[in-house]
Write a protein that binds this ligand. Sequence first.
Ligand code: PLP
Length: 575
Amino acid sequence: MNQLSHLVTGTIAYLSMDVAIDSDIPTYSGGLGILAGDMLRSAADLRVPMVAVTLLHRKGYFDQRLDARGNQLESPSKWSPENRLEPLPQRVSIGIEGRKVSVRAWRYPFRGITGHAVPLLLLDTDLDDNDPRDRILTDHLYGGDEHYRLCQEAILGFGGLALLRALGYSNVRVFHMNEGHSAFITVALLEERAGAHLKQGVSDAEIEAVRQQCVFTTHTPVPAGHDRFHANLIRQVLGERCAAVLGQLGVMNGDLNMTELALRLSRYANGVSLRHGEVSRRMFPEYDIAAITNGVHAVAWTSAPFCALYDRVIPEWRRDNCHFRYAIGIPLHEIRQAHAQAKKELFQQVRWLTGIQLDESIFTLGFARRATAYKRADLLFTEVDRLKQIARRVGPLQLIYAGKAHPRDEGGKAIIRRIFEAAAALADDVRVVYLENYDMALGKLICSGVDVWLNTPLRPQEASGTSGMKAALNGVPSFSVLDGWWIEGHVEGVTGWSIGAPNGRDNDAEAEVESLYNKLEQIILPLFYKDADNFTEVMRSAIAINGSFFNTQRMVFQYLRNAYAPGASSGPPLP
Ligand SMILES: *Cc1c(COP(=O)(O)O)cnc(C)c1O
C-alpha cells in the first residue's frame, strides 16, 4: 500500500489552524484539530510525502476547571515548546498593518509505523525583533477578537508559504487547506506568481494556475460558522494591494468569507461526510463540493486491552486497517474481557480525578465533546423523572460527561451548568460525573471505557463527528442522532442505535427525546442486562463494520485518489 503515494509526485502541504499532536501539547481545541492530527499520523504511516503547517499556540486553547455548580473557569495552558519541538533557524517576514513581522517555525515529526516522518511546522512570532503587539499573535488558539483572528490567519497563509519556501519546499504540488482559516495561502501563491507585476493585478491564467494547486476541505455546515472579515479590516491589516487582489477574485463583497475564498481558488473541495457534502453544496450552490468522510487514527484511539486483543487475533490491523473486517470472527468472550478491562481503567481514572467510585457492573453512557448549543449535551435530561423511572424499572445506569465550552460561548457554558443541575437532581438514582479539561487522553479513556456512546447533535449541524468512530474501534456502539458520519455508520441494532427515525424531520427535538428514552428503556438496557451475548455482538459488529471504514487510513487513501492525484477535480465552478 506504500506505493499509493505514487499517485502524487511532489509534496503535499497541509495547512490547519488546529492540530492535535499529543495530550500535553495544547495546540488543538476539538474535532478539527483531532482530525488534522490523525490525518498526519496516517499520512506518515502510508509514507505520503507531506508537510503540515499550523501556529504554535504558545498559550494553547485553555485549561478548564469547573466549580461545584458547573461554572467554567479558564486559564492559559502551560507548556514548553522547547521541550517538545525542534526550533528551526529560518526567519521569514510578512506584512501586518504595514509592520514587518518576523516569523519562525518549530518542527514536530509525526512518525509512521515504518519510521517515515511527516513534519509539522508550528509558526511563531514571539521574536525579539517584533513589535510587542505582534509577539502575542501566535499565543492563543481561537482567542482574541476579529482583528486577532485575521492576523493569525494571515500568519498561517502568508507566513506558511514563506516558511515552506525558506525550508526548500519548492516542489509543493498540492496545498490542502483544512477549513477556511488557511485560505490566505491562495493569495500568497497568487502574489508569488504575479511577482513584480502584481501592481497591475493578477491574470486569469495565474488564478487558474493557483487553482490547480489547491484543495480545500470545509468542516462547517452552518453559514454562521464560516470566518468572515470586514473589507475595512482586511485593508487595514493586509493592505490595499491584497484587498485589490481579493476584489479581483470577486470574493470581497463588503466582507470576505474565507470559505468562499478557498472554494474560488480550489480545483477540488470536499465536505467531511456524505450528508455534509450535500449540505455544503446547498450552502454554496455555485461550487461543486465532493465528500470524503472523516476517520480516526486506529492505533492512536484503541485502548491498550483492545490493542493487545487485535495484535493477537488480527495482527495486521496496525499496518492495514481493512483487517478490522475480520474482527467479526473474534469470540464474544474476548471482546467482553477486553472491554471490561478498558472500563476498569476508565473508572480508576474517574476515581483518581473525582474521588467517585463508579460501579463496573452498571450500564454506563458516555458523552464527551465540545460543549456548545447544537451538540445538546443536556438532551438526555429533558425529563429527569423519566430517566429516574427507567433506571428503577429496567436497570441502573450511570453517565460520564466531559467537554469544554469556548470562553465566549455562553450557550455552551450554560449547558455545562444544566448538566450539573441534572446531576444533582438525579443524585439518588443515576450517577453523573463531569470530568474537567477534556483532552485527547481523556477522550481515549472515555470513548473506550463506557458501554454506549451517546451523541445528540441538532441536525444537520454535525458535519461528521469523530468520537463515535473512536468508540467503535473499542467495541463501543453508538446511540446517536442520525447526522454526520452516523448516517453512514448506523445499522440499527447491528452497529448501534439511532435516536429518531432515519427519515425524521430536522429540528424535531420532541420526537428525538421520545426515541431516546424509548430505546434506552425498551431495547438498549434490556439487551445489556438480560442478553449479554447479543449486546456483545453489537459491540463486535461496531468494530468489524465501522472500525474497518471510519479510520484515517481509508480517508488518506481517498484524499490521494480523489483530491491529490494530478488532474483530480470536484468539477469546475459552474458559470
Ligand atoms: C475526538 C475528540 C473530539 C472530537 O469529537 P467529536 O465527536 O467529533 O465532537 C474533540 N475533543 C477531543 C479531546 C477529542 O478526543
